[in-house]
Ligand binder design. Structure first.
Ligand SMILES: C[S@@+](CC[C@H](N)C(=O)[O-])C[C@H]1O[C@@H](n2cnc3c(N)ncnc32)[C@H](O)[C@@H]1O
Length: 335
């Protein structure tokens, strides 16, 4: 195999050029000989001082992703390479910063060396968009699929990361809601996706949940997930638009509104579903300088239009969303 020889003083510059050209071979060890560093390469490119010799396979498992990435990224690149990272079942979803897309495969390779349970690496190619709130994705490494089984709070869920919304980051929020639910409640889980909120709640409590979802792929997965967790009967999946289906639901003790972008247009539907004293969990994306002002005024105006009263019970940040914007929840009672 080939190595590129560089004087110690020039080694970092040469290594960076080899990485930029995509010929740095991270599967073999870098060697040293006197004043020279020898970098393993996949081919001997013109303009480099190449030598042919026996190479040693890298068999030391890096202990962290950072360590694995530092083999071919500069410290500055390392800081900004990956802008978001989630492991969902056996799929890793990464977002790579602009200008570093050419390193995507090397990054995916490093990730799979560190996380042995990851079988697929998907690259998120942009923000979530459209009514179904799905992000453009592509598989960069591993099996050609974006479906997986994810375990959380005692339930198993099938997710399709290309066709239906799913986020593992909301597991704490699902647990928080499930802990508030009392046995015997009737619940409307609006904007249900593949069913994580209803599944986690119904696994913990004796309840009846109506779970409404518009995206047919997400609805299909929710039906599978209900069966997989033996919750047929406890959760009734409904394919349709909350605006049309909502008024047909029975009165509920609790209404979930996990649609932070656009959910405000459905506050009237949710308030009509809630029994007197029923609780609504309302999610929004809000700026850090006014986290709760806008959502609370939206709740109050919707209540005024319906001639109802509301009592704010709790407000909190669920997650950071993007720079200076948060995903917040307001829990309120309707009378
Ligand atoms: C932010 S996702 C949340 C999904 C799920 N609750 C979760 O946490 O994984 C919002 C979901 O609402 C669905 N949706 C959007 N508008 C809808 C509507 N008018 N009626 C029913 N579902 C809708 C989308 O397809 C999407 O699955």
């Amino acid at each position: 195999m080939f190595f590129v020889r560089a004087k110690k003083t020039e080694a970092e510059r040469v290594r960076q050029r080899l990485v930029d050209l995509g010929i740095f071979d991270s599967r073999h060890l870098v060697e040293r000989s006197g004043d020279y560093i020898l970098f393993p390469v996949s081919e001997c490119a013109e303009g480099f001082d190449c030598v042919e010799m026996e190479g040693r396979t890298r068999n030391v498992k890096p202990t962290s992703l950072k360590e694995a990435l530092s083999e071919f990224l500069t410290p500055e690149e390392l800081e900004r390479a990956i802008t978001s990272f989630d492991i969902i079942g056996d799929i890793a979803v990464i977002q790579i910063s602009r200008g570093m897309e050419d390193k995507a495969e090397l990054i995916a390779d490093a990730l799979m060396r560190v996380h042995k349970n990851v079988k697929v690496v998907c690259q998120k190619m942009g923000p979530r968009q459209g009514t179904f709130r799905v992000a453009p994705m592509r598989v960069i490494k591993g099996e050609d699929r974006c479906t997986t089984i994810y375990k959380e709070n005692g339930v198993r869920m099938k997710a399709d990361l290309v066709r239906a919304y799913f986020s593992p980051r909301l597991s704490h929020e699902r647990e928080r809601i499930a802990n508030q639910v009392k046995d015997g409640e009737t619940i409307a889980a609006l904007f249900a996706g593949v069913g994580p909120y209803p599944l986690v709640i119904a696994k913990k409590k004796r309840v009846k949940i109506f779970a409404v979802e518009l995206n047919p792929y997400a609805y299909g997965l929710m039906v599978e997930n209900i069966k997989m967790n033996h919750l047929v009967g406890e959760i009734e999946p409904i394919l349709g638009d909350v605006r049309k289906v909502g008024p047909e639901l029975p009165k509920c003790d609790r209404v979930l509104m996990p649609l932070p972008k656009g959910g405000e247009d459905f506050l009237d539907v949710a308030m009509r579903i809630a029994k007197p004293g029923g609780i609504v969990h309302f999610y929004q994306f809000t700026p850090e300088d006014d986290l709760y002002g806008e959502p609370i005024s939206r709740i109050e105006s919707a209540a005024r239009r319906l001639d109802k009263k509301v009592k704010i019970l709790n407000k909190k940040i669920v997650l950071p969303h993007k720079t200076r914007v948060y995903h917040v929840v307001i829990d309120f009672a309707v009378y």
